[in-house]
Design a protein around this ligand. Structure first.
Ligand code: NIG
Ligand code: FE
Length: 426
């Protein structure tokens, strides 16, 4: 039986499906629109939580039986897929505002971490917090993500560094997924740093991860991915390989925080393990770019982290994109190195500092971010059959989305075909 059309968005000035089709605007220069699936004067039909049809509005009547559907005139606005934030640390307790002041005063992130602050201070606060607080604060953060047009958010654990608190964080992520319209995709990051109590015995902590935390998380179905912070002050290549291989045995897809603070060689490890993504990449080389381009691993850029750490060594997104890599962009939302839910702002930074073209930045938070989560079949595009996660922008020209930066352009958001957010104008 054909799915019934429930909602039709009509009078769409510019529809971006991130799929096939392209009505060029004619002045894109070096930034071709190929890949955005741009249709001018378009309509989009949804039903059963999915996209059913999109195309020229003039073809709507011939193509579709939409009797009884709700018809929404979007007033010539831009419509595109809901954004996907593929790398966040949105469950945690406490604040690092004081650390921010210290960093502004000259202390480095690495120094603060080595002296037992940074991630360790969030670990203390998160261990002490009840699950209700973790859920309530994460829910507020998802509200903010949604207000910026984000409909899927990956969330990592990693502020527990012991079985009980890692489970508590992942259960908080599961609960917030249940009560909030934004979809949450959970990742185990027990290998974030070595906890203080294991400083002199790192192998025992790695044993705890591989023998206790991973099996339990997998058994309880609490995570899809296993991530490792493979960097100076965190885990070595050998340790990362061991943890990620063990995760794979338990069905968790590998991901890596790599090449951020130092050069570790983690791109080769990501490719070797068929990781879904390698994230950060400030210290990646041209050879790394070629290697990644030949793999299934998505390069995730986190310009907010470089910016917020007051550094200038932004990842070379241009080289990665020119080599043919799938390049995603994410907020890396967390209390220490990137404290913002504003994903559109990251697209602006990705253009100016990672040197992506605006077209690539639009794909980096939709189609390629979905690929980093191995969810390209269901989210990140508006092709028929995809989830009807739809962002209506209060804009007539999609190019203004990235160009007019630091403000919120969201007009409405649909999740699984249902209206979940309307921007209130004061
Ligand atoms: O992605 N690189 C390691 N982890 C986070 C930072 C977490 C924190 O400082 O609390 C990141 O930048
Ligand atoms: Fe991160």
């Amino acid at each position: 039986m054909k799915t019934k059309v429930e909602v039709v968005l009509r009078n769409i000035g510019q529809l971006l499906t991130m799929d096939s089709g392209d009505d060029g605007l004619g002045d894109e220069g070096k930034d071709p629109i190929a890949g955005l699936g741009l249709t001018l004067d378009a309509a989009l039909a949804m039903g059963g939580g999915k996209v059913l049809w999109s195309g020229k509005e003039s073809e709507l009547e011939n193509q579709l039986d939409f009797k009884g559907a709700e018809i929404v005139d979007v007033g010539g606005r831009v419509v595109m897929p809901g954004l996907v934030d593929c790398h966040t640390h949105s469950v945690f307790a406490g604040s690092r505002a004081q650390e921010f002041s210290r960093r502004v005063g000259g202390a480095s992130y690495e120094e603060i971490l080595a002296a037992g602050g940074g991630i360790h201070s969030t670990v203390n606060a998160t261990r002490a917090a009840g699950i209700e607080i973790l859920v309530a604060t994460a829910k507020t953060r998802l509200d903010r993500f949604l207000s910026f047009g984000v409909t899927t958010v990956e969330i990592k654990s990693g502020y527990g560094l012991e079985l009980g608190t890692e489970l508590k964080m992942l259960k908080a992520a599961q609960e917030v997924d249940r009560i909030h319209p934004v979809d949450v995709i959970p990742t185990l990051l027990a290998a974030h740093v070595i906890p203080k109590e294991y400083k002199k015995d790192r192998n025992s902590y790695i044993g705890l991860i591989t023998k206790e935390i991973l099996p339990r998380v997998a058994q309880d179905g609490l995570a899809r991915f296993c991530d490792v912070f493979c960097d100076q002050g965190a885990f070595t290549i050998e340790e990362s390989r061991l943890i990620l291989q063990e995760g794979k045995k338990h069905g968790l897809v590998p991901r890596i925080h790599g090449e951020q603070l130092s050069r570790s060689g983690s791109v080769a490890l990501a490719v070797e393990l068929d990781a879904s993504s390698i994230d950060h990449l400030e210290n990646a080389s041209e050879q790394d770019a070629r290697l990644l381009a030949s793999s299934n691993t998505v390069a995730v850029l986190l310009p907010g982290a470089t910016y917020f750490l007051g550094k200038k060594d932004f990842a070379d997104g241009r080289t990665l994109a020119d080599a043919g890599c799938k390049v995603a962009v994410s907020t890396d939302f967390n209390p220490g190195s990137s404290h913002t839910e504003n994903l559109p702002l990251m697209m602006n930074m990705a253009c100016l500092y990672n040197h992506l073209y605006p077209r690539e930045a639009l794909l980096s938070t939709t189609k390629w971010a979905a690929d980093a989560l191995r969810m390209g079949d269901s989210i990140g595009t508006l092709r028929p059959g995809a989830k009807a996660d739809v962002l209506v922008l209060d804009l007539r020209d999609y190019r203004t989305f990235i160009y007019h930066f630091g403000v919120n352009h969201t007009h409405k958001v649909y999740k699984n075909g249902a209206l979940v957010y309307t921007r209130q104008i004061a």
